[in-house]
Write a protein of this length. Structure first.
Length: 606
């Protein structure tokens, strides 16, 4: 059963008891190794009534663990009580926040999760309503209010302290708003994690019971832990659980917008037992060599017999950036010319895929980008998503939910589409009379109890069926048709958007969410969207600038002097370049080709 494990992977399988950190390079087979260990632990007779807590950071990663357990190690899935296999958010919600969160929040009943990924938060009754920032803020482990949305999402300049040293009035208003909503039982997911930590700190008996409920904690993708996550892990350790395995690749920590801190993973690696996995089972040796200078590994060795000796060599290509005339250089390069230049590179990339037997589809080929400006080179109208040009009106954010839900419903996302439409329907119906109305799970449960499930579903589907199709329609056209259809059906709802920004196809506005086949035959998206995925070929498009700083400034700086944001930008590039098995192309502005060549192709990392 375990004969395919390498010597390094077998160390994970055979690790006995204690606290250990597994540092793994991309494609190292860490999920396979983790599944092997889980299957072994499940067969041990001394597990008794205790369970295994198997935790990762995404549902995709959890499903991958389940798949390995079932197909490679003949382990029945799903794991049943007393075991847990799920995301860290799910673990926190199940065992801490939902049963005990009211002890901190002061609400009278079981708390409810709102905001993404649980459902959009659409409360905004006027421009400076502080309730609108509920899903855009949270608290850190030291009770300081922090942003979890870009600066542009706020109507004021985010400065925590005023000139006298006190807390800025806008910040104070958000804090007061959040605690008022906590008392009503609402929390976003980041809030839930914060509140869970406060529960464990204030009620140590709860922490001790959870720590002793599980024989082992096995935590995958642990480089993405933030301060709150790691403090929760430390509490379980201090309350009696001494069998904790943390697994991750600190070079792939790209969630600092969620306060991920890879240095916490490093600190544990320094003081706990350690296992190193440096064999790459995904990519060719050429690709491993290409990405090594962006990693913290002294060696990345390709071992996949099918691809390791591939002769396809990673390449760096340059495209012309838009340029205005100057006194020194009167040359003008238009946006259209720049897009055409990239289009030729993309065409050559796809042709090379075809010439090397790589079928261009969404499973095999990915074109990735970093930032809104780069996405426009793929024909995406991402500029309408910026905070300056959104078509959604205050107190009418449910309109976005209705249109997005209908679009998802038509494109196979039946469950998510239905939930969005259901929630947005009641908000559209009731918010004109009560601008603070929010459609909660409790509201839906109460509605079903009154109407009965059949009558309730009949009402929802009457609304859904009255809505027009979204295909080939702009936001403005669809809203006009929808209002006419709703009126004809006797449904008292009127939808409104800012028509100045409504002349965009719904397929384009929401197409990126669904990776629309209509736009491109290959997968396209941000680097974050492909974390953990594998493709046969990848093209990464970068602009002149990262989010905050030009790449030439970052690459020409001493790595030891780079700030956390700069280091994250390099890790984002690393994650993208480590996705392919066979073929890799990095596309950058003409002026930056030498810069990236020097960084990636020099012999030794310095």
């Amino acid at each position: 059963m375990y004969s395919k494990l390498s010597d390094g992977q077998r160390k994970i399988l055979d690790y006995n008891q204690g606290t250990v950190v597994v540092k793994a390079c991309p494609g190292s087979g860490k999920t396979y190794s983790l599944a092997a260990r889980i299957s072994r632990l499940l067969r041990e007779p001394d597990l008794g009534k205790k369970g295994l807590a198997i935790i990762s950071f995404t549902n995709i990663a959890c499903r991958e663990i389940e798949d390995k357990l079932l197909t490679d190690f003949s382990t029945p899935i799903p794991l049943s009580h007393p075991h847990f296999l799920g995301t860290i958010d799910s673990f926190i919600n199940t065992f801490i926040f939902l049963p005990f969160g009211h002890l901190i929040m002061g609400c009278s009943s079981r708390p409810e999760l709102v905001g993404e990924p649980h459902g959009p938060w659409s409360v905004k009754k006027f421009d400076m309503d502080y309730d609108q920032y509920f899903d855009k803020t949270t608290f850190d482990s030291n009770d300081i209010l922090t942003r979890i949305a870009p600066y542009q999402a706020f109507h004021f300049k985010w400065v925590y302290n005023n000139i006298s040293g006190g807390i800025n009035g806008n910040i104070t208003n958000i804090i007061n708003s959040k605690w008022a909503l906590f008392k009503k039982g609402y929390a976003n997911q980041s809030d839930a994690n914060y509140i869970a930590l406060k529960v464990l700190e204030k009620y140590p008996i709860i922490a001790e019971n959870i720590a002793k409920k599980f024989a082992n904690f096995l935590i995958d993708e642990c480089q993405d832990t933030n301060d709150i996550h790691m403090k929760i892990i430390d509490i379980f350790n201090s309350k009696g659980n001494n069998n904790i395995m943390l697994i991750g690749d600190r070079d792939q920590s790209i969630f600092e917008w969620n306060e991920a801190r890879p240095e916490l993973f490093d600190a544990k690696y320094d003081v706990w037992d350690k296992i190193l996995l440096y064999e790459n089972r995904r990519s060719s040796q050429h690709i491993c060599d290409f990405i090594q200078n962006l990693s913290s590994f002294s060696e990345i060795k390709a071992v996949n017999e099918r691809v390791k000796d591939s002769v396809l060599i990673p390449a760096i290509s340059g495209y012309k950036m838009p340029k205005k005339a100057t006194k020194k250089d009167i040359t003008v390069i238009t946006t259209e010319e720049s897009h055409e230049a990239f289009g030729e590179i993309l065409k050559d990339f796809l042709k090379e895929c075809d010439n090397n037997g790589i079928i261009v589809n969404k499973e095999n080929v990915a074109v990735l980008y970093r930032g809104t400006a780069s996405s426009r080179y793929l024909g995406l109208s991402s500029d309408v998503h910026s905070f300056e040009t959104i078509p959604w009106l205050k107190n009418h954010y449910h309109v976005k939910g209705i249109i997005k839900g209908k679009h998802m419903y038509e494109h196979g996302g039946l469950n998510k589409g239905y939930k969005l439409l259901e929630k947005s329907y009641f908000e559209a119906l009731l918010r004109p009379a009560d601008s603070r109305f929010y459609c909660s799970s409790q509201f839906i449960s109460d509605k079903i109890a009154v109407l009965g499930i059949k009558n309730y579903r009949r009402e929802i589907f009457r609304f859904i069926d009255s809505l027009p199709y979204t295909k080939d329609k702009t936001l403005n056209v669809w809203v006009k048709e929808a209002n006419a259809a709703l009126k004809s059906s006797g449904i008292n709802i009127n939808l409104n958007i800012d028509s100045k920004y409504g002349d965009i196809l719904i397929d384009d506005y929401f197409g990126e969410d669904l990776n629309s086949e209509r736009l491109h035959p290959f997968y396209f998206g941000t680097v974050h969207s492909v974390k953990g995925k594998t493709f046969q070929a990848v093209l990464l498009l970068l602009g002149k600038k990262s989010v905050l700083k030009n790449y030439d400034t970052i690459l020409n700086s001493d790595p030891k002097l780079l700030n956390p944001n700069d280091l994250e930008e390099l890790r984002i590039v690393y994650v993208a370049l480590s996705r392919p098995e066979l073929f890799l192309k990095l596309v950058v502005p003409d002026s930056d080709v030498k810069l990236w060549t020097d960084k990636l192709l020099r012999q030794n990392n310095v």
